[in-house]
Design a protein around this ligand. Sequence first.
Ligand code: DGL
Length: 272
Amino acid sequence: MNTNAQQAIGLFDSGIGGLTVANALINQLPNESLIYFGDTAHLPYGDKSADTIRYFTKTIGNFLLSKECKIIVIACNTASSVAYEMLQNLAGDKAHVFSVIEAVVDEIIRKKYKKVGVIGTLGTINSNAYKTKINAKDATVEVHQLATPLLAPMIESGFVDGQISHLVIEEYLNAPELQDIETLILACTHYPLIKKEIEEYYAKKNKKVDVLATNEIVAIHIKKFMIENGLVNYEKKGKNSFYVSDYTESFEKTTQLFYKESIDLIQMPLFK
Ligand code: DGL
């Protein structure tokens, strides 16, 4: 690979959900420079076709490659489900590409879970990416999936800890598909914002279900890879940049839900 420690880490999502991955990366790797791209012009990705998601991914991938990123993280489960191999081919030896799925699949196998629930967008669930990848490593694991399309827009609208979110979460988690599970994969990068509420739901029901948020697992996995491959930047605190394909002030405000500090979004009309 033609990469070195001083280069930035690029990451992208349909919008701002992937900022939960950016937070987790910053916690693990405080000296890195991040280049974030939120494809707000095409939000949500969850109900788009696989071909369309691959087209968006290719365009954003080329942008991040032009910024000479050493690593590109697909900080979106929907795009990870259908565009990971394509982006790896596009990046070639210019950048290491990570999806948010592989590290979580490894965690399921490592912890020997046998009854796994997955919630995510329609695109993620319809792709069967988690089920296929888990069962390729262990065919005896039962994978129970449920599309939860209301959750990402609900979270993005700021409903993360109140009556509305309680009702929607309860309705989904009461579904028959999710009754007999040991762990629940939150297969959308928006969902770490409601992890606490989901854990409270199970605590209230006296059910022991481990809730897995993909952002932290992926950040730990990437850090390990970077240490093993001499890609950690130990030199100085890097500068982070945040691009969006469509800018509104309300979006910039909403980023505060997902990202600890206030950030300046730069409009980058990649698709015009
Ligand atoms: N954050 C995206 C994901 O992880 C979903 C949001 C969307 O539908 O755009 O799948």
